[in-house]
Write a protein that binds this ligand. Structure first.
Ligand SMILES: CC(C)(COP(=O)(O)OP(=O)(O)OC[C@H]1O[C@@H](n2cnc3c(N)ncnc32)[C@H](O)[C@@H]1OP(=O)(O)O)[C@@H](O)C(=O)NCCC(=O)NCCS
Length: 160
């Protein structure tokens, strides 16, 4: 990721998109807890930032508050979204879309040819976002989510 921060403008506000730092973990964890029934732990977020050489994490900031984030793994020519979420108070402002488009651009810059993700079959809002930016359904992973045995829909987009 380039060191330059990216400005994101919506009708109402301007947001800054930048690389996630260790100091952001508490705020990202709060958004995880508000967004997912089985949130990642602070330790797993720390591991991603400090140990996982394949991981890239981006946050969106507004008035010094982290309001969204997206994680990526890029391994050779395959990239994968690990998680994406926007603070509930800031949803519906195209911030999720901006994060995803930024993740796609970053994956391209890192020479990935495909970007994929798993999404709960019941999560129609996220599926709608992914379709909007070009993702297509690829298949089903049965009983993928351990909290309720829900199936995952695999979606992917060609980056070339
Ligand atoms: C999914 C999520 C990241 C979307 O972020 P967001 O900033 O609210 O979404 P955006 O404003 O960028 O919306 C972009 C597109 O997503 C879809 N979308 C967003 N909110 C929607 C809603 N309430 N109903 C239907 N579609 C919706 C639409 O296609 C929208 O495009 P449009 O504005 O042209 O209609 C956010 O809802 C979230 O954090 N959800 C909880 C965590 C989660 O489910 N993450 C995905 C895990 S796989």
């Amino acid at each position: 990721m380039s060191n330059r921060n990216k400005m994101v403008s919506t009708v109402e506000n301007q947001y800054t998109m930048r690389k996630m730092r260790k100091e952001d973990i508490d705020e990202v964890y709060q958004i995880e807890c508000q967004s997912f029934s089985a949130p990642w732990t602070k330790e797993s977020l720390y591991y991603e930032l400090e140990q996982n050489l394949f991981a890239k994490y981006i946050v969106v900031e507004h008035e010094k508050q982290v309001i969204g984030y997206c994680g990526l793994w890029v391994i050779m020519d395959d990239a994968q979204i690990t998680n994406i979420a926007v603070h509930p108070n800031f949803r519906g402002k195209r911030i999720g879309e901006a994060l995803l488009r930024f993740a796609m651009q970053l994956s391209r810059e890192m020479k990935a040819q495909r970007l994929s993700l798993e999404v709960r079959v019941s999560n129609h809002i996220a599926q709608s976002l992914y379709k909007k930016v070009g993702f297509e359904p690829g298949g089903i992973r049965k009983n993928y989510y351990t909290d309720n045995q829900e199936d995952a829909l695999v979606m992917w987009v060609n980056l070339i």
